[in-house]
Design a protein. Structure first.
Ligand code: TXA
Ligand code: MG
Length: 508
């Protein structure tokens, strides 16, 4: 099948295109169209055969009911029975908009559309193109999200094209959607009404109109044994191809844990993605980093989430790590979708951060022109399971001096270089709980301890790794002694690597 793609300007809707699209739906065909939430795959809701085509195009199980989209309130009475007063009030407040309500179905709604249920889901979208299309199609348009079953819902016409090109008659391209997450689904057949799927219209907003609403417990995670009431919620939804893990904690912990997880994954040769935010993105350096939006305005995150998941798929990423979001307002809907995309895989950030006894390692020598910089560079070349900032500093540095030429010669003969490094004096910025300070000898350690009372993690290198001999001082000696010093430091760095790596494994 050749799928026609028609651009439609929201502000100047071309009614000829809409009439053609409406005609396709009346004739039993399929047209994808924008709504304010996500793109929908439209068909005639009163036509059993059209429903079958919809399921086939999406590759969706046919026991998963479709939402019937209407454009006028009067249409509700034709397809739903026993509509309670509270629903009238909710419709008055939230329609047109991202709220779907479930009622007992009227006779004329075929079981094909409702997935065999005696209830029908109804929604009146606010998007102008959606509204005109519904009217042009006869007033009742069934529309699931216009993605292949199991992929993230489409928030742009290009996403629909990716999934359904060749399988449907037409795509109306109205640009990017406004909200980006599917509508709130509210079961009105029970009292009080129950949220089956969280969306942009939150429990708090609904409660202002109808008093209390319940929340289906299956929304919140895997712990519930009950089958979800919205059949669609039982399928692994919105799933990216990559393994997605949600990292939970406060923002600082999340960033530190994700940095560590990505460091590991990249070292293991995995193509790794990060879902970051405006507020945190500059803390990451490794991996494929994507900005999902601003924590200041979580609507931006809702809007970008599915597109970001699709982008990762397009780039063939193996693993994705995501920060988590507060469970308030639209945050509930964001976390619900993220959690499903992750197949409920969540890990507490503290579990990872707790193992990070140190985050920075500073080697201290007399002048920071030889042993300290050598140790730092040798350690950087080791396979550390944790990402550390590794530096060197000097006890007496009056002005920045270049590396000792003999030290550089030895480093070069071992395939490394200290290049243009210039010495830096030790200062109070090197004194903190999570900084490991390692001196070349006891005198340097005592000098720092004397100056900074709060110098907490300071050891001589040999002491820290359990060796008696201090690092050899080659100063003023021939080149071969510098070579011995290199060997000496190199052995100590082997032991240091082992000790540091034992923390990551949780054995330290
Ligand atoms: O925002 C939206 O709702 C989008 C746009 C296109 O309007 N549509 C959408 O449809 O997300 P779909 O089919 O992808 O998701 C509909 C959800 C499914 O989880 C389905 O199981 C549930 O609503 N649902 C539909 N009819 C139902 C019913 N009678 N009882 C319980 N759940 C129902
Ligand atoms: Mg869907």
């Amino acid at each position: 099948m050749n799928t026609m793609i028609e651009k439609v300007n929201k502000n100047r809707i071309d009614m000829q295109v809409i009439q053609r699209a409406g005609e396709i739906i009346r004739q039993g065909g399929l047209v994808a169209f924008p709504t304010e939430t996500v793109y929908g795959l439209g068909a005639n809701a009163l036509d059993e055969e059209a429903a079958k085509k919809t399921y086939a195009a999406k590759g969706r199980p046919s026991d998963n009911p479709l939402i019937v989209h209407i454009a006028e309130y009067e249409a509700l009475k034709e397809i739903a029975v026993d509509v309670p007063e509270s629903a009238v009030a909710l419709a008055r407040r939230f329609w047109p908009g991202p709220l779907t309500m479930i009622f007992k179905k009227a006779e004329k709604v075929p079981y094909g559309t409702t997935g065999g249920l005696d209830t029908v889901a109804v929604r009146m979208p606010s998007d102008g193109i959606a509204r005109e299309l519904i009217l042009a199609s006869g007033g009742y348009v069934s529309a699931p999200s216009a993605n292949t079953s199991g992929r993230p819902s489409p928030t742009k016409a290009e996403h629909v094209e990716e999934d359904l090109s060749g399988k449907i008659d037409m795509i109306l391209d109205g640009g990017s959607v406004e909200i980006g997450l599917e509508s709130t689904v509210l079961d009105m057949t029970v009292e009080p009404p129950v949220i089956l799927r969280p969306g942009a219209i939150t429990a708090g907003m609904l409660e202002k109109v109808v008093g209390m609403v319940g929340i289906d417990e299956t929304i919140l995670g895997p712990e519930s044994e009950k089958a979800p009431k919205a059949p669609g919620m039982k399928y692994r939804h919105y799933a990216p191809n990559a393994k997605l893990t949600i990292v939970e904690g406060n923002i600082r912990e999340e960033v530190l844990a994700i940095r560590q997880l990505v460091y590991d994954a990249v070292n293991n040769g995995k193509k790794t993605g990060i879902i970051a935010t405006d507020e945190t993105i500059h803390y990451y350096s490794k991996g494929i980093i994507k900005n999902v939006g601003s924590r200041e305005d979580e609507r931006t995150i809702a809007k970008n989430l599915f597109a970001v998941l699709r982008e990762f798929d397009g780039e063939g990423v193996d693993e994705i790590y995501s920060e988590s979001f507060a469970m308030r307002g639209i945050g509930n809907a964001i976390m619900n979708r993220l959690d499903k995309a992750a197949g409920h895989l969540r890990i507490p950030a503290v579990e990872i951060v707790r193992r990070q006894r140190y985050r920075r390692i500073v080697f201290v020598s007399q002048s920071d022109t030889c042993r300290g910089p050598m140790a730092a560079e040798i350690l950087r070349q080791r396979h550390l399971r944790q990402e550390y900032v590794i530096d060197s500093r000097g006890i007496i540095v009056l002005f920045p001096e270049p590396i000792n030429p003999k030290a550089e010669a030895v480093m070069r003969s071992n395939g490394m270089s200290l290049g243009e490094y210039k010495s830096i004096p030790f200062s109070e910025t090197e004194v903190a709980d999570d900084i490991l300070v390692l001196t070349m000898d006891e005198a340097q350690k005592n000098k720092i301890l004397a100056e900074y009372e709060e110098a907490v993690s300071i050891y001589t290198v040999n002491e820290f790794v359990g060796e008696d001999e201090e690092v050899l001082n080659p100063y003023g000696k021939p080149l071969n002694v510098y070579g011995l010093c290199y060997e000496n430091i190199s052995k100590l760095m082997d032991k240091l690597t082992e000790k540091l790596n034992s923390y990551v494994e949780g054995e330290g």
